[in-house]
Design a protein around this ligand. Structure first.
Ligand code: HEM
Length: 409
């Protein structure tokens, strides 16, 4: 089917052509076909406005009272504002630093897992391993859950989180589990150093007065936030780790540059500290560029909660508004040679060339990703894992990536 034959509204038909789970090419195609001016198109029978002008993305992202400002994610304004304010202190630098031992522990488990896999198998599917690694990190940091998911992929909580977006039943499994953890902590007066504890302390479970003026989280809200973090925090990160592995296998020069910077910064030390990691400018630029070219979340959606007008277009209440993140990242008006991987775009000396609201891997504005810094830290720790060397072994049909210890040539 050629682009000109595409019938807007027949999303399923087009998705069948693209293959499974390929919203991204669809979104980029819509962008190409309807043009970049904010335009209405149909997704099934649902009218959608695609916003691509950074000026309008800005107004959508920064005006909480705007009727458009209703994310598909969980709570709606004004409840969202209260919960966000309560949860935000959970992601300060100090809190992130306190997660370092958990990250380190999960990384050690990952190394053991990979060693074992490569000893016994010629071919290893990294996706489930990265899924379990990312889940291990979030479940340790969020709930102090210490079940070594990497060796127990059948763990019911992990299974439930994996099918989170499919059925409400799975949410119940996680909720029941978290209820038990909360009860055990309250009964034993135990204060853990994880995200759940921060929610408990800001909730009706705690006699402490909260430091802000917001009403405390209810029991239901504590559970909802926990489930939210668990589900939002692992799949996105694991997807990114897959992109990175594939990219580095295909482009060994970038591997060398990353390793060179690590050697310069740490001089062979294995115990990498948070401050040094965050100062590595090439690592940071590399991560930003890989998330430009391969973003885990390729679009975000909003719903008009009232009739309104955007860019002269009347939107009845209920209209979907999409911001096609991936299409913006690959637009030649926003990035020169957008298909070329160039981390230097994001080095400090060039970063002023990036137009506001054209780089949105974690969305933007008050409703952006609350776990952004957590995810960046996790991926940087992962990239510091130069223990293995990635080698492209075949491009036939399916890409093969071979991973072997760096010191064995
Ligand atoms: C590479 C990893 C990640 C990517 C690319 C990513 C991306 C995003 C994006 C684009 C949004 C905005 C969605 C929207 O506006 O509809 C979002 C929201 C969110 N993310 Fe992430 N995320 C990542 C990792 C994480 C992690 C590790 C956590 C938790 C620790 C997390 C928790 C959340 C939550 C709770 C929201 C909703 C925020 C709100 O509505 O106020 N994310 N994420």
């Amino acid at each position: 089917m050629s682009i000109t034959n595409l019938r807007f509204g027949v999303v399923k038909e087009y998705l069948m052509i693209c293959g499974q789970g390929v919203d991204s090419p669809f979104i980029c195609l819509i962008y190409k076909v309807i043009g970049k001016i904010n335009k209405i198109f149909y997704e099934g029978l649902r009218p959608c406005l695609s916003i691509t002008d950074p000026q309008f993305i800005r107004s959508d992202s920064t005006t909480p009272k705007d009727p458009l400002h209703t994310s598909l994610f969980f709570s709606k304004y004004p409840e969202w504002k209260r919960i966000r304010a309560i949860l935000s202190p959970s992601f300060t630098t100090g809190k992130l630093k306190s997660f370092q031992p958990m990250f380190r522990n999960s990384l050690n488990n990952l190394i053991d897992k990979l060693k074992d896999e490569f000893k016994h198998n010629e071919i290893t599917d990294l996706r489930p391993i990265y899924d379990s690694f990312a889940f291990d990190v979030i479940s340790k940091s969020a709930f102090g859950l210490n079940t070594n998911i990497m060796d127990n992929p059948d763990n019911p909580i992990f299974m439930a989180a994996k099918s989170f977006f499919q059925t409400g039943l799975t949410q119940q499994t996680i909720a029941d589990y978290i209820k038990q953890v909360i009860k055990a902590r309250i009964d034993s007066n135990f204060e853990a150093k994880d995200l759940l504890q921060l929610s408990i302390n800001a909730s009706v479970f705690s006699p402490k007065v909260t430091s802000n003026s917001f009403e405390k989280l209810t029991e239901e809200e504590v559970l909802a936030q926990s489930i939210n973090l668990m589900a939002a925090g692992y799949d996105t990160t694991s997807t990114q780790l897959c992109f990175i592995t594939r990219f580095l296998a295909l482009n060994p020069d970038f591997q060398t540059q990353l390793v060179d910077e690590m050697n310069d910064s740490f001089g062979g030390k294995t115990d990498v500290d948070y401050e040094s990691l965050m100062k590595m400018s090439y690592l940071d630029a590399f991560l930003k560029e890989i998330m430009r070219i391969n973003c885990s979340v390729n679009r975000i959606d909003r719903i008009a909660t009232n009739d309104c007008v955007i860019d002269g277009i009347f939107l009845p209440k209920g209209t979907s508004i999409i911001i096609p993140i991936w299409a913006l990242h690959l637009d030649a008006d926003n990035y020169d040679e957008p298909d070329v991987f160039k981390p230097q775009r994001f080095l400090a000396e060039n970063s002023s060339n990036i137009k506001d609201y054209t780089y949105l891997p974690f969305a933007s504005g008050p409703r952006n990703c609350i776990g952004k810094r957590f995810a960046e830290m996790e991926i940087k720790y992962f990239l510091e894992l130069d223990f293995y060397k990635l080698i492209q072994t075949s491009t036939m049909k399916q890409l093969m990536v071979k991973v072997k210890p760096r010191n064995s040539q």
